[in-house]
Design a protein around this ligand. Structure first.
Ligand code: SF4
Length: 441
């Protein structure tokens, strides 16, 4: 099983004394037009099966991203100090399938079945069993921590799921501790004697257990790197926006996702604007042009231009996909389904004939509502900036060598994004005209 731990829903439930929600129905599911829904579903499945990346998604799930991240130079390594990992070959999907996967797992009737069950059969982590892991978890508990021991990553992944911990924030907290240890911001004594050098998987496992039990140093680190840094120092080493740790993308080499992670309402979040279009532009050039009007250029992921347009489009459709209850992997984040597929499935299921442009407007309304919520809580333009270190520290090696965020060009991209969104340029708050236009006044 997997813990739905990202962003702390368990803490929200705990604050309400809520242990669980169990839902059971016995009335079946009514649809407006069964034949049309069957046709729309077959069309969607056809698009999935015809996608150029279908075979790799089916075989490796999101682990197919690891070699792409390494090749383009956006695989966060040793707490975002580097963007390629010398141990990346050991973390490929092929290695996982050969040594650890026991069988595929998928959601009901999904033609991709992107997940797998796993088991470690030998070594210190023998008898570890679990489900997954996603690329995000492999990077968080692997490359970000300088750890190329796949069995240890699987053990940590299983532990996190059993303990209800988010693998991304857990991995980022460990990686932050390791960098602080390396730079003598934290001493081994402060870390209860644990030798938390990059790559020490045994110490990582011990620290995860301490965090879950809130034992010793684990009590402070259980709050996450952001809050721990306020007490212990090293705040400039935490890679986050709005308090949420960054996912497995080094945004110095992907300028659109730099914008996306920084403006996301939940903070550093890959599920609000993640764009396969940005990192696989050659494969999807025609779709990108037809959907957004953008003509991609060579090394598109390194460009600032047109990213405000691209991310605005993704964000709106991410909101629609979330509202429809569809999968993000085969939804809009990683292609291959397009707005026309969502429109047809919704119309057939509900009878609502909503044109594609109005569906996107619904997504835009949701995005603005979330923005207004954050504005009410005091968030402003300064909260839409990536961490300072990613502006100041260029990538030292690999295909993205020399890349960092350029402050002036980032500001221009953000200004363009606010303009497209209809938000005030000095605060980032939706204007009254925009609120009226979206019936949010
Ligand atoms: S619906 Fe999505 S998450 Fe579920 S198996 Fe299919 S691709 Fe994977």
């Amino acid at each position: 099983a997997r813990a739905a731990a990202r962003c702390g829903p368990g803490a929200v439930m705990g604050s309400k004394n809520l242990k669980a929600i169990a839902v059971r129905g016995d009335r079946g599911i009514q649809v407006a037009d069964k034949a049309a829904l069957q046709g729309a579903a077959e069309e969607a499945v056809g698009a999935i099966l015809g996608d150029p990346l279908y075979e790799s998604a089916k075989t490796y799930g999101t682990l197919a991203i690891t070699p792409l991240a390494q090749a383009l130079g956006f695989l966060p390594t040793r707490n975002f100090q580097e963007s390629t990992f010398e141990g990346a070959e050991k973390l490929r999907g092929e290695v996982f399938m050969e040594k650890y996967a026991t069988k595929h797992k998928g959601c009901y009737n999904c033609p991709v079945a992107c997940s797998r069950f796993y088991e470690v059969s030998e070594g210190p982590y023998a008898a570890t069993r679990g489900e997954g892991p996603e690329y995000e978890s492999v990077s968080a508990l692997g490359s970000k921590c300088g750890n190329d021991n796949f069995a240890a990553i699987l053990h940590a992944n299983t532990l996190c799921n059993q303990l209800g911990m988010d693998t991304i924030s857990t991995g980022n907290t460990l990686a932050w501790v390791m960098e602080c240890r390396e730079k003598n911001i934290l001493t081994q004594d402060q870390l209860d004697g644990l030798d938390l050098r990059f790559g020490n998987d045994a110490a990582m496992i011990e620290l995860i257990k301490k965090m879950a039990a809130r034992e010793g140093i684990g009590d402070i680190l259980a709050e996450g790197a952001c809050r721990a840094a306020q007490k212990m120092g090293g705040a400039d080493r935490v890679v986050h926006s709005k308090g949420l740790d960054y996912p497995a993308v080094d945004i110095r080499g992907t300028k659109g996702m730099a914008l996306s992670f920084a403006v996301s309402p939940r903070g550093g979040d890959h599920l609000k604007g993640l764009s396969l279009y940005e990192v696989a532009p050659d494969i999807y050039a025609q779709d990108i042009r037809e959907e957004t009007g953008i003509n991609v250029t060579p090394h598109y992921w390194l460009q600032y231009e047109t990213k405000a347009v691209l991310m605005r489009w993704h964000e709106n459709w991410h909101c629609v996909v979330d509202s429809l209850g569809l999968c993000k992997l085969e939804g809009i984040a990683l292609k291959p389904l397009l707005p026309k597929h969502f429109q047809r499935m919704l119309a057939a299921a509900t009878g609502w004939q909503i044109p594609v442009n109005e569906l996107e407007l619904i997504g835009e309304r949701i995005w603005n509502l979330e923005r207004l919520f954050n504005a009410r809580e005091g968030m402003r333009k300064e909260d839409d900036l990536p961490p300072r270190r990613l502006f100041e520290e260029p990538i030292a090696t690999g295909p993205a060598q020399g890349e960092r965020l350029d402050r002036k060009r980032y500001e221009q991209m953000l200004t363009e994004y606010y303009r497209l969104r209809g938000w005030a340029p000095d605060t980032g708050i939706p204007t009254s005209e925009k609120c009226r236009e979206l019936s949010l006044d």
